[in-house]
Design a protein around this ligand. Structure first.
Ligand code: NAD
Length: 266
């Protein structure tokens, strides 16, 4: 959790999509630690989400919750309206919700392609489109898109995910250029592997396929891509997001920042 910049986002309101789990949760925690009123978002059971809302709220900020399904454009727009109503405004939008599915391209189920493009790419467009007018009115905003190393390079069996994440980086650059003379910035973070449910499923599949123990599958998984042989963490991505939301980052625009244990250096 961020402890070096505490309180720098006091008075700002943030919406972090997909923050009931994994990386998004790390980001919501970092923004709350900086004092931002924050709307958490995503799926999960009601009791744990309420416990999360209370735990974050105990840090002296307002914390709301949205369960909008971001595979629907209408739900995305309603989510922005809901956050604006509940927290008075959305100054910081973190587009993080995302899913994965793996299969060779000629066997990739069409409905999986459509859903991944909807959640991992189109939802980012719909949310930015809906939030920009109010950011422009205040001449201040921060948009952080959680892309991936797969926004810059490919891996086999991830056609929809890689296409969506490359698209997110393109969209990030366009929004950064269109807002370049304003107080709004738009950037992307490109995590390598982070041990979240999204990645754990791929490690479990590898273990089952190759008859490996969990530890062996994890080592193989990292060894194929991530030179540090260590996972990046939601906390590290949270702190970088909070930095991108700070005044110090006002001239970082349209960037794709890796947190990848050296993956993209190869
Ligand atoms: P996760 O599965 O732990 O969390 C995903 C979040 O998105 C959850 O809160 C879930 O409820 C929400 N979500 C999924 N579909 C949704 C929908 N239709 N509507 C609303 N909410 C929905 O995953 P994670 O690993 O934390 O991934 C978060 C982001 O980081 C994703 O965009 C992912 O592509 C990206 N990423 C992850 C890794 C990694 O190694 N874990 C690496 C690079 C990029």
């Amino acid at each position: 959790m961020s402890d070096s910049l505490q309180g720098r986002l006091r008075g700002k309101s943030a919406l972090v999509t997909g923050s009931t789990s994994g990386i998004g949760l790390g980001i919501a925690e970092a923004l709350v630690a900086e004092g931002a009123d924050t709307m958490v978002h995503g799926f999960g059971d009601a009791a744990s989400i309420e416990a999360l809302r209370k735990r974050l709220g105990a840090r002296g900020v307002r914390v709301g919750y949205s369960g909008a399904d971001v595979s629907s454009a209408a739900d995305v727009v309603a989510m922005i309206e809901h956050a604006t109503r509940e927290l008075d405004r959305v100054d910081i939008l973190v587009n993080n919700a995302g899913i994965q599915f793996t299969a060779p391209v000629d066997e990739f189920p069409v409905e999986r392609w459509d859903t991944i493009i909807a959640i991992n790419l189109s939802a980012v467009f719909h949310a930015i489109r809906a939030v920009l007018p109010q950011m422009k009115k205040r001449n201040w905003g921060r948009i952080v898109n959680i892309a991936s190393t797969h926004g810059l390079v490919a891996s086999t069996h991830k056609a929809a995910y890689v296409a969506a994440k490359h698209g997110v980086l393109g969209l990030t650059k366009v929004v950064a250029l269109e807002t370049a003379t304003t107080g709004i910035t738009c950037n992307a973070i490109c995590p390598g592997f982070v041990l979240t449910p999204l990645v754990q499923k791929q490690i479990d599949d590898l273990a089952a396929r190759e008859k490996l123990t969990g530890a062996q599958a994890q080592a193989r998984f990292l060894g194929e891509k991530q030179p540090s042989l260590e996972f990046a963490t939601p906390e590290q991505i949270g702190v970088l997001t909070a930095f991108l939301c700070s005044e110090a980052a006002a001239q970082i625009r349209g960037a794709a920042m890796p947190v990848d244990g050296g993956w993209l250096a190869q």
